[in-house]
Design a protein around this ligand. Structure first.
Ligand code: PMT
Length: 402
């Protein structure tokens, strides 16, 4: 995409990921954007202004005035000049200033003066990124309308491994492209996503369930929404903040409740994605009172649950698309192809419960997507948001869609 005519402020703060801002500057300039870099004082310890000035073809600003020339850097003018303000990398320190209106340097003053949309690409160490003060600051700036470019997972500068790495510059560039020219390929489409686990009650205090966090389904729901769809989420119990998203939300507990909710809206849907990890069995009877500890063993009698995807697959109309998942620990490909046929899916997304970084709870996943016509697409280990984009791309390749 061509970004010519687009004016972008790139704010760089003190983080080891500051070296990536050089590549981001280069990518933005190569795409035709005008880029004004503003560095915080601590960013200067990580990368030289000379590098960023050379790449951006403009002097870098880091203070209210240029001490040598006496020139004043007007943060209000800067804030009004830009079409987009990207903070990459964003440190925990500057994030907390943004969240609380602290204005003690050129970067924070420009943030407060900007009328343009703001994209924030945090970069932190594992435990910092998960700290409640950081997560609540991220929630707070998201509530101001700032776009959060979630940190990616991988090896961190500390040697720890997990989420905290600044989003790769190429991925940030895609968000910038999308921002200036949103792809609304699913505008006018209604999409149902089932997500999370189901809980099958044993008695008033216990249930059978699984490890699904709902993250994969949530990423898919968000991706459809970003591309213009009206999204209906049928969710098992998860700790994700689904309410603050603009979904039609159907919270359920058991497989049978999930089936009832999904069935009630299925007829109106253009696309259904079955990302939930539905319990295949439930206790045959739910004890009215808490089951007392037995002397030795306790035998549970389980009954088979309804298979939601299978049942809705039977009533699927020719212009509806069903996307299923297959979570396997062995014979993945054969099982995935079997599910494609048996459940009348148009696509099946195979993921492994055994592969490092994939499947339940992780922020990343690695999948293989199977089409009915035999086409197969293998992904790398990627953030679930990127896997979701890949799934949407393949939905567009389903013949019904074309
Ligand atoms: O939620 P996360 O922590 O992010 O983890 C994501 C995930 C691993 C849960 C997700 O990627 C995934 O694989 N979901 C499907 C898990 C599963 O139940 O797979 P399955 O192979 O048992 O089921 C096959 C398909 O039938 C699935 O689309 C499932 O939603 C559907 N199904 C299964 C049983 C049932 N009773 N009703 C169903 O609709």
């Amino acid at each position: 995409m061509n970004l010519s005519g687009k004016r972008i402020i790139l704010g760089v703060t003190g983080s080891i990921a500051a070296y990536k801002s050089a590549l981001l500057t280069r990518l933005l300039i190569k795409s035709g954007a005008e880029v004004q870099v503003i560095m915080s004082a601590s960013a200067l310890d990580f990368i030289t202004p000379l590098t960023l000035a050379t790449l951006s073809k403009r002097p870098v600003m880091s203070d209210f005035s240029n001490k040598n020339s006496g020139e004043w850097h007007n943060h209000v003018e800067l804030g009004l000049w830009a079409d987009l303000f990207i903070l990459a990398p964003l440190s925990a320190n500057t994030l907390s200033k943004f969240a609380n209106g602290i204005c003690d340097n050129l970067l924070t003053a420009t943030y407060l003066s900007s009328r343009c949309p703001v994209m924030l690409a945090p970069a932190m160490d594992l435990d910092m990124y998960q700290h409640p003060s950081v997560t609540s600051n991220l929630d707070k700036v998201a509530s101001f309308g700032n776009i959060i470019l979630d940190a990616e997972s991988g090896e961190l500068a500390s040697g720890l491994s997990g989420q905290g790495r600044m989003m790769e510059p190429e991925h940030i560039l895609e968000h910038v492209y999308h921002f200036f020219s949103p792809k609304l390929d699913f505008k006018g489409k209604k999409v149902m996503v089932t997500l999370g686990p189901t809980q099958e009650a044993l008695d008033p205090v216990r249930f059978i369930s699984n490890h699904s966090s709902g993250k994969m389904g949530m990423a898919i729901a968000k991706a459809f929404q970003i591309q213009g769809a009206e999204v209906f989420v049928v969710s098992g119990p998860v700790s994700l903040d689904l309410k603050s998203e603009n979904f039609h939300l159907y919270p359920v507990h058991s497989a049978s409740e999930m089936y009832q909710a999904a069935k009630s809206i299925h007829g109106q849907m253009d696309i259904c994605v079955f990302a939930a990890a539905v319990a295949d069995y439930a206790p045959a009877e739910v004890a009215k009172e808490k089951i007392k500890k037995q002397e030795s063993e306790l035998t549970l009698h389980l009954k088979k649950n309804v298979d939601i995807a299978l049942e809705l697959g039977k009533v699927k109309s020719p212009n509806q698309i069903h996307v299923g998942f297959a979570l396997e620990t062995e014979n993945g490909e054969a099982n995935a192809r079997g599910k494609l046929e048996k459940k009348n899916f148009d696509l099946v997304v195979l993921n492994s419960a055994k592969e490092e970084g994939a499947g339940f709870r992780h922020d990343t996943n690695k999948v293989k997507i199977f089409h009915r016509n035999g086409k197969e697409v293998q992904s790398d280990l990627l953030p679930k948001s990127r896997i979701a984009e890949l799934i949407l791309r393949e939905v567009k390749n389903v013949p019904v869609w074309i």
